[in-house]
Design a protein around this ligand. Structure first.
Ligand code: FAD
Length: 226
């Protein structure tokens, strides 16, 4: 059996590993758009903060795929699918045949439909390339605005603070972190961003000892270094 997997994230590589174990005689090919092996996306925040390198959060070197018997094709996005002919076209122009195909292409970061959201200097945070772009910009910037006061937004804000930037967090809810995160994991950043002494009503500015500022719906916020 000739298995073809599109997407080398955790879903794709887990499927590839399982297929190798369940059907040892099969052929398993893994096509990935990014030019690098799998990395742990949650670790990107530490890379953004300069605490870890991309290698630190990449558990499998290219040789691992070979050892596992997985034919790995990085840096070559799938661009065309012919289900009737059971063929997949790649950006390189190559066409791959398959018996079974798995699309494990994950998700993309949501860019809110705000005028100007596509301008230079506005980033989303999803991939290693995003982190590289943000870090490059952070080196020459003084201030950053993070849209979204959920866990990821606050972690990103902390990481940007470590570059010495003044950081403002905008959150449309009157609180930082969604309720489950506040109750189960809110002892960390969320709590520190709502330290005693800060105004806690959603329409006021809130700040923590790490200098991250946040605010609630409808307010206007000004950033300042703590
Ligand atoms: C900064 C950050 C922190 C996170 N922290 C957590 C956390 O703490 N806990 C948690 O549970 N989750 C966390 N997540 C979410 C978690 O990373 C995702 O749920 C997970 O990555 C989903 O895995 P996936 O394999 O389904 O998709 P993805 O990781 O998105 O992988 C899909 C892959 O498909 C590739 N691809 C897409 N289109 C094509 C194409 N046409 N051709 C070839 N390849 C293609 C992409 O390049 C990508 O590598 C975090 C995400 C981010 C960005």
């Amino acid at each position: 059996m000739n298995y073809l997997i599109v997407g080398g994230g955790i879903a794709g590589i887990t499927a590839a590993r399982r297929l190798r174990a369940l059907a040892p005689g099969s052929r398993v090919t893994l096509v990935e758009a990014e030019p690098r092996p799998y990395y742990l996306r949650p670790g990107l925040i530490a890379v953004l903060a300069g605490e870890k390198s991309l290698e630190d959060i990449s558990p499998y070197p290219p040789s691992w795929y070979e050892e596992q018997g997985i034919e790995f094709r990085p840096g070559n996005p799938a661009v065309e699918l012919d289900p009737a002919g059971q063929r997949l076209g790649l950006a390189s122009g190559e066409t791959l045949a398959y018996d079974r195909l798995l699309l494990a292409t994950g998700a993309e970061a949501f860019r809110p439909p705000i005028p100007g959201a596509d301008l230079a200097g506005v980033f989303t945070l999803r991939s290693a390339a995003d982190v590289e772009r943000i870090r490059t910009r952070a080196e020459e910037a003084n201030a950053a605005l993070v849209i979204g006061g959920g866990w990821l937004g606050l972690e990103a804000a902390r990481a940007l603070r470590s570059h010495g930037l003044s950081v403002t967090v905008l959150e449309r809810s009157p609180w930082l972190l969604p309720p489950p995160a506040r109750s189960s994991r809110g002892g960390g950043l969320g709590k520190s961003a709502r330290k005693p002494g800060d105004r806690r009503t959603g329409r006021e500015r809130v700040s923590g000892p790490d200098g991250v500022l946040g605010g609630g719906t409808g307010a206007s916020w000004g950033g300042r270094r703590a």
